[in-house]
Design a protein around this ligand. Structure first.
Ligand code: SF4
Length: 294
């Protein structure tokens, strides 16, 4: 909890024995402290920027960052953990002040460091789509100052947009969603905004993979009755093999807050899928549980 404090600016003048440069530096620091305190106070009233510390086999200990305060996404996936976004939109906009995000993350890291928790990654992994935020590249640029590598988890629906690509190129690790390369299945599982085109997205993913210098991974969610067939796996695998990527993860849905949650495939299919992936899709694995945990 952040306590309110007075914020009356000091009118003190340099006293005898203090040079002007030292006086200015001291007062600039005090002003910055007051500004950061005010930002933290305001931010704590508007919703969470830091969602918590996550553990995962691929990133170790990461701090999960939420740069999208309202739940807006370009997709409305059947397995969305929050029950789906409030708004399905492809309109990009500034969701919060980049400096506010920076201050909140810096403060969270200081608190964690005081408790002895080391953070390996800063992870843009909100409960919505992080590339909706037009200031993502500026946020990544500011967070660079903290000396921790930065990951972005995106549904990849906007990777055809050059401005989104510019943001993703700033990150050290990018995870792209590829649930299906079949138009009908894509519509059923991801329920995309009507103005999105799967062909355009797949071309964008392929182009990005060729030029991206960081670690590129993909995620494919396997959902019972939607994309749980070997034919689907084969088509997705053929596409993944055309990408310049580090690793691909096949997963099953985690808990969802809806009456009829999407389920993972039955155990018999999971066994066949594990064998198929091992034998036909290099640098890929089936992870039958949600990878990140708090
Ligand atoms: S892309 Fe992610 S946030 Fe968007 S609807 Fe799908 S699961 Fe939910």
């Amino acid at each position: 909890m952040i306590a309110e404090t007075g914020n009356t600016p000091s009118t003190a003048v340099p006293c005898a024995g203090t040079d002007t440069a030292t006086w200015i530096r001291r007062h600039a620091l005090k002003f910055r402290e007051r500004l950061e305190h005010r930002i933290l106070l305001d931010s704590s009233k508007k919703g969470k920027v830091v969602l918590g510390v996550m553990q995962s086999p691929r990133l170790g200990t990461s701090l999960r960052i939420n740069n999208i305060r309202c739940t807006t996404c370009t997709y409305n996936c059947v397995y969305c953990e929050g029950g789906g976004p409030a708004v399905v939109s492809t309109v990009r906009r500034e969701c919060l002040s980049p400096y506010e995000l920076y201050i909140v993350v810096k403060n969270a890291l200081e608190e964690l460091a005081a408790k002895g928790t080391h953070i390996d990654w800063l992870s843009f992994n909100p409960t919505s789509e992080p590339t909706i935020d037009i200031a993502l590249w500026r946020e990544i640029g500011l967070l660079r100052d903290l000396g921790i590598p930065i990951a972005v988890f995106t549904n990849a629906s906007l990777v055809w947009n050059p401005l989104v690509l510019d943001s993703l190129h700033c990150a050290d690790y990018v995870s792209l969603k590829v649930d299906s390369v079949d138009e009908d299945t894509w519509r059923r599982i991801n329920r995309p905004h009507t103005c999105l085109s799967l062909d355009q997205i797949l071309r964008g993913i392929a182009d990005f993979s060729r030029t991206y210098a960081g670690t590129l991974t993909t995620e494919t969610m396997l959902v019972r009755g939607v994309n749980d067939s070997i034919q689907e796996l084969e088509r997705t695998g053929v596409f993944l093999c055309t990408l310049k990527r580090s690793h691909s993860y096949f997963m099953t849905p985690g808990p969802q807050t809806v009456a009829e949650p999407a389920l993972g495939p039955d155990p018999a299919f999971m066994e066949r899928a594990a064998v198929y992936i091992r034998d036909h899709i290099p640098a890929a694995e089936l992870v039958p549980l949600p990878m990140e945990r708090v």
